[in-house]
Design a protein around this ligand. Structure first.
Ligand SMILES: [Zn+2]
Length: 233
């Protein structure tokens, strides 16, 4: 439990009943494994043994299995009958190119539509999820990186939600794009530059300017692609 609490800086559940405590334990275990997958401490394609996680986190098998089940649903962990768990393999260069082509086809247009439909409530929600508010929090770098990976997924999903085409939103969400691309490289540049680009997108939304939103989103996705392309060298 100790190791997990060190990783989870946001854990504020100090009391509570038995059920609450156990669901928070699964959450803590989940977050800890998620951070290790995102920051490549658990390498793509490598085996994940429940026993070694039991030892590392000093918890029972149950929360580990629950956390791994959740990660499996997110496409980050694969379970093979009789063999066990392993981290999802790194995406191929071809898949990477396909993902970015898909994003460039859908997200700039979505950002333009969202800008037309923008209002104060939506803008506040996007500002909260863009990750820019917490950017200078001095957290553990591994944790910051994995938090940003999730935050980035939420931010882009919200933009597509406000663009009002559920089919397009689902198509992108089902790719788990952010979880895959963030595992290509563990580097602070990936987050810092992305946050600057998110600020540019937010400025276009604040101005309710569809052309600027489209351009800022396109630039962000192109830059993200170019930053991560280095992982294939
Ligand atoms: Zn982003």
């Amino acid at each position: 439990m100790q190791a997990i609490n060190l990783l989870n800086a946001d854990d504020t559940n100090l009391g509570g009943g038995r059920i609450q405590r156990s669901s928070s334990l699964v959450e803590d275990v989940y977050e800890a494994i998620f951070a290790q997958l995102m920051s490549l401490k658990i390498a793509p394609g490598s085996r994940i043994t429940v026993d070694s996680l039991v030892k590392e986190f000093n918890v029972s098998h149950t929360p580990i299995r629950e956390a791994l089940g959740r990660l499996e649903g997110e496409g980050l962990v694969l379970k093979t009958h009789l063999i066990g768990y392993r981290a999802a393999p790194q995406i191929t260069k071809r898949r990477f190119d396909e993902l970015y082509e898909l994003r460039l086809l859908l997200e700039p247009h979505g950002a333009a539509k969202a800008a037309v439909l923008m209002d104060e409530v939506k803008l506040a929600e996007l500002q909260k999820s863009a990750g820019v508010m917490a950017r200078h929090e001095g957290k553990d770098e591994r944790l910051r990186y994995s938090n940003f990976a999730r935050q980035d997924a939420i931010f882009h999903d919200k933009v597509m939600g406000f663009a009002n085409n559920e089919l397009v939103r689902e198509t992108l969400a089902h790719q788990h794009t952010h979880f895959h691309i963030f595992r290509l490289m563990f580097h602070s540049r990936v987050t810092e530059e992305a946050l600057d680009e998110h600020e540019a997108i937010l400025a276009a939304f604040a101005a309710a300017d569809p052309a600027a939103a489209e351009q800022a989103m396109r630039r962000h996705i192109e830059h993200s692609r170019d930053r991560l392309l280095l992982a294939f060298d």
